[in-house]
Design a protein around this ligand. Structure first.
Ligand SMILES: *Cc1c(COP(=O)(O)O)cnc(C)c1O
Length: 239
């Protein structure tokens, strides 16, 4: 192992959590999915110090999910360079410039205005930015995400953009959601996929967090985003 980072710090609790999450994910896959289906596990990093994140990376959790632009910018230089970073938090158009050259995927695109700004800045950098459309599947007023009714317009709008490529859907089902909410999300994912829209490939269904990742896997998720269950309770509450 390269010694270009600070000395490795041991986090036995995180190691236990990693084992348990992997076990549960494998179990859910065996129970509910066809063999060969892949489910990626993302480590959600908000409020977690870089050394602890790097410990998870070294132990196989190499996909990181970032919520806040400021926090990410303050930590990114400390991250293990083998990690892949995706953006999952609410993104203001005026902050796109800080991450467009940094992350491999933006999961939280919920408006044409935001998509257009990502398209514009990715074009300036000469790259194609991969994105997911975030759906407000629970219709919660306090949550970001495009409404189910507004999804089609967003998808066709992105389809026409040159420097942005739509790879799938993301959702945060409300806490305590019944399985029908996860199933509805899976249904939307499959119906968009069936349409074979140009520049739109429904490869990724990002759904499931600490409290519901097994349910999400049952209903077609292939990317689960885990924070608390991996790193422990966060120090302050999320806005
Ligand atoms: C915080 C967060 C998560 C992880 O939540 P936990 O319940 O701590 O696992 C996943 N996705 C998004 C978008 C988040 O903001």
């Amino acid at each position: 192992m390269a010694q270009n980072q600070t000395d490795p710090v041991e986090y036995p609790d995180v190691l236990e959590n990693i084992k348990e999450i992997c076990y549960n994910v494998e179990n859910a896959k065996a129970k509910y999915r066809k063999s060969g289906d892949e489910v990626r596990i993302m480590a959600v990093t908000k409020t977690v110090p870089a050394e602890k994140i790097n410990f998870a990376v070294k132990n196989g959790f190499t996909l990181l999910g970032e919520n806040r632009v400021q926090e990410y910018l303050s930590k990114k230089d400390l991250y293990d360079k083998t990690a892949e970073v995706q953006f999952i938090g609410h993104l203001q158009t005026n902050k796109v410039k800080y991450i467009v050259d940094e992350v491999s995927l933006i999961q939280s695109v919920d408006s044409l205005k935001l998509a257009a700004e990502i398209d514009r800045l990715a074009g300036k950098k000469g790259r194609i930015m991969n994105v997911l459309a975030e759906i407000n599947i629970g219709g919660e007023l306090s949550k970001s995400g495009v409404s189910v009714e507004g999804l089609e317009e967003l998808i066709y709008g992105i389809s026409g953009m040159n420097n942005i490529s739509l790879k799938g859907l993301m959702a945060i089902p409300p806490v305590g959601s019944g399985e029908e909410v996860f199933d509805k999300m899976h249904g939307i994912f499959l119906s968009v996929k069936e349409k074979s829209i140009p520049n739109v490939s429904m490869d990724i269904l990002s759904m499931g967090m600490s409290g519901d990742y097994e349910t999400a896997i049952k209903h077609g998720s292939n990317l689960v985003r885990i924070g608390t269950r991996l790193f422990g309770a966060r120090k302050y509450l999320e806005g």
